[in-house]
Design a protein around this ligand. Structure first.
Ligand SMILES: Nc1nc2c(ncn2[C@@H]2O[C@H](COP(=O)(O)OP(=O)(O)O)[C@@H](O)[C@H]2O)c(=O)[nH]1
Ligand SMILES: [Mg+2]
Length: 694
């Protein structure tokens, strides 16, 4: 790969709905530019991007890959990003590293949910946008219909810069509206042809729209256009670049990644009109003083960069993918990581294309490359010149929406499982690990069931250890509703040292919502010797974690020790603890109930799904508290039992075609309705019986 400086670089994130052809499109570009002499196919697992074992196995993209393509004296640094929502986290870093976004739309499906999400993210990151309408070779596709749908959804800024000649199986070429040239064939067989006569008026109309859009980007151009009705090629180029940069113009180009038709004209348009990183300014802070600081994308600035992705490479170990934001970085340098407040030694610098690493003398401002084996650096961290430090805002990753309890399949492999998960977390910060304070389970949190399943498969594949994922246990609790007097008598006097402990305890509920345990010493007349009273309390406290109904922690219980008896020889701490346990077991007569965690849920959906959402929450024993309008969406505010919300992320996605989102926060505990409680108690009983049989 040749050396490129910022002016010659285009950093473009490739986003869009899953399976629209993002990975295949990049493969077609590599084929058209001779980087690969045979075009790989996702189905065959031999594309340049999608090289991870889990990707080739499932034929979908799972992690972001850098795929540079050299064309028209430019380097197009594409970053191929998964379209499936489970891997949404993979989008965050690349969005930060790019100046432009190529949103891939499948001609057969048109505007899909993933297209809307891609657009929203590109807007949020202020990226220049470009639509590639792919799969134009498929039967029954209609480019005009797709174009109309794009303009309908995203507005009149959407303008076709290229039109297809024929479509579906008849697709044979394209017309470049800016250059007013037509091309047929693909790659090495690409040739210029006259604009088909039957397309002339469509081409002229499209050109008018393009000119108007370009003119609309500045007063001067607008005036010139109104006066003369024409723009020079240069003015058109200036207007187009300005419009694409500020988002007032979003080009559309038709392609077929399968036949290669339209691939070169698309690459030409991306190289010509998408913004370069040159001269961009990035704001940060001076990590020492906290003062605001800034760098420009120029080679003569102090070095700084941001790590936007980390890979656990089987051979070189950790690979940090970074975007150089200012200055240059050569192998052998000493750099500073302000996030970790550590120096890092750079052995060599690499350029990446898929899994292929090519070492380079240096990385220059605006370019994307990789460093191996950094010790302290994670995704989102800044790297900079130690003499001129700066720290950029880190990269925010989506909150997890699903949790599973994770454990080692084989006893004794726990360490291997958790160190492997920690490595995978480095690669994918959208997974987190936590411990449930109630159930003591280790929870693996992620973006969806497929996401967690892939993590489990990677653990086995990359680190050779099997983990088990299970629905987490619901942290139920127990309490009592009635006051009882319970007696506990422990007597063993059969030869040898006898044991004797005898207590009378009044158990009563402390009151709604209490999680405490209260022990009241109401012993009079020394019926239970002072030194054994703490053992009674201890005996009770030791049993609280195991409730009398279904073995869940007992809360909100008051125990008043008011009577008992002892034996001068046989009484002991142990005997009174046992007596206390016997009394505690009698709480089954105190109308014990199960309590379950109730969560505050806020669901955000487009209008048309509101009815379904409300109905569904009611089915989950939920209560609707209210509805509000938020940013044009409907917000349903509700409360629902955690037990009914486990796979809500997956269900909401299928109910709303992934247009819905939700947050859930713990609210309080409430009594489990008796029908539901019966089932839980039975499950617990049968699990107990199974355990006894073992
Ligand atoms: N007919 C046709 N199929 C395509 C085209 N591009 C991609 N595909 C197929 O669409 C499927 C999804 O492609 P992929 O590149 O994995 O999509 P991604 O998920 O957006 O990266 C694969 O089966 C491809 O072979 C195209 O231009 N024409
Ligand atoms: Mg893909």
């Amino acid at each position: 790969m040749k050396d490129y400086r910022a002016e010659g670089i285009r950093n473009i994130v490739v986003i869009g709905h899953g399976s629209e052809g993002k990975t295949t499109l990049l493969e077609a570009m590599l084929f058209a530019t001779g980087v690969v002499d045979r075009q790989g196919r996702v189905e065959d697992g031999n594309t340049v991007s999608d090289f991870d074992a889990e990707e080739t196995r499932r034929h979908i993209s799972i992690s972001a890959d850098v795929v540079p393509v050299e064309f028209a004296k430019k380097k197009l640094n594409f970053i191929d990003v998964p379209g499936y929502f489970d891997f949404f986290g993979e989008m965050m870093g690349p969005l930060r590293a790019a100046e432009g976004a190529m949103i891939v739309v499948g001609a057969p499906s048109g505007v899909a949910v993933g297209t809307e999400k891609a657009w929203a993210q590109a807007e949020k990151h202020k990226l220049a946008k470009f639509f590639a309408v792919n799969q134009m070779d498929r039967e029954h596709v209609d480019f005009d219909k797709v174009l109309a749908a794009l303009r309908d959804k995203f507005g009149s800024s959407v303008v076709p810069l290229i039109l297809p000649i024929g479509q579906g199986p008849a697709l044979k070429g394209v017309v470049d509206i800016v250059a007013m040239k037509a091309f047929e064939g693909a790659g090495k067989t690409l040739k210029e042809v006259p604009i088909p006569a039957d397309m002339q008026s469509a081409v002229d109309d499209a050109r008018e729209i393009v000119k108007e859009a370009a003119a609309g980007t500045s007063e001067a151009l607008m005036e010139k256009f109104f006066e003369e009705g024409e723009l020079t090629d240069e003015e058109l180029l200036t207007g187009l670049s300005a419009g694409i940069l500020d988002g007032s113009l979003v080009p559309v180009a038709p392609v077929s990644s399968l036949t290669g038709v339209g691939i070169s004209p698309l690459m030409f348009a991306l190289a010509a009109y998408m913004p370069s990183p040159a001269g961009r300014r990035f704001a940060g802070t001076d990590p020492k003083s906290g003062a605001e600081a800034e760098r420009a994308v120029a080679d003569d600035q102090p070095f700084s960069a941001q790590v936007f992705k980390t890979l656990a490479d089987p051979f070189v170990g950790k690979l940090s993918l970074l975007k150089v934001l200012s200055g240059a970085l050569a192998g052998g340098s000493q750099i500073y990581n302000p996030n970790a407040d550590k120096q890092e030694k750079v052995s060599s610098v690499f350029l990446l294309r898929g899994k292929k690493q090519t070492s380079a003398d240096a990385l220059y401002a605006g370019d994307i490359g990789a460093l191996a084996k950094l010790q302290y650096t994670n995704t989102g961290d800044t790297l900079c010149d130690p003499a001129k430090p700066i720290q950029y805002p880190s990269i925010a990753f989506p909150q997890p929406s699903i949790s599973m309890a994770v454990s080692a399949k084989k006893a004794g492999e726990e360490d291997k499982v958790f160190s492997g998960l920690a490595r995978l977390q480095e690669e994918d910060p959208s997974i987190t690990l936590g411990k449930s304070a109630e159930t003591l389970e280790t929870l693996l949190n992620g973006q969806g069931e497929l996401h967690l399943e892939v993590v489990r498969a990677k653990l086995a594949g990359k680190f050779g250890v099997e983990a088990v994922l299970k629905d987490p246990r619901i942290p139920y609790r127990e309490t009592i509703r009635k006051t009882i007097q319970a007696e506990g008598r422990h007597k063993k006097q059969t030869g040898g040292h006898g044991q004797f402990g005898h207590v009378k305890i009044e158990f009563s509920p402390i009151g709604e919502g209490s999680t405490d345990f209260e022990f009241v010493d109401a012993v009079v007349g020394g019926v239970v010797p002072r030194n054994f009273i703490p053992s009674v309390e201890k005996g009770l406290r030791e049993n609280l974690p195991k409730g009398v109904l279904a073995g869940y922690p007992m809360v909100g219980l008051r125990a008043k020790l008011y009577d008992g008896s002892y034996h001068p020889v046989d009484s002991s701490e142990m005997a009174f603890k046992t007596a206390a346990r016997i009394a505690y077991k009698k709480c089954v007569d105190a109308s014990p109930v199960l309590l379950e965690p109730i969560y505050h849920v806020e669901v955000l959906v487009p209008d048309e799904y509101m009815g379904d959402i409300i109905g569904d929450i009611n089915k989950r024993r939920g209560r609707i508290l209210g509805m509000n309008q938020v940013d044009g969406l409907q917000q349903v505010v509700a409360e629902a039992p955690l037990a009914e919300m486990f796979k809500y992320a997956t269900d909401l996605r299928s109910m709303t075609q992934a247009r819905g989102s939700f947050t859930m926060t713990y609210e309080r505990y409430e009594e489990v309705p008796s029908m539901v409680a019966t089932k839980i108690i039975e499950t617990h009983k049968s699990a107990d019986e199974d355990e006894d049989e073992e």
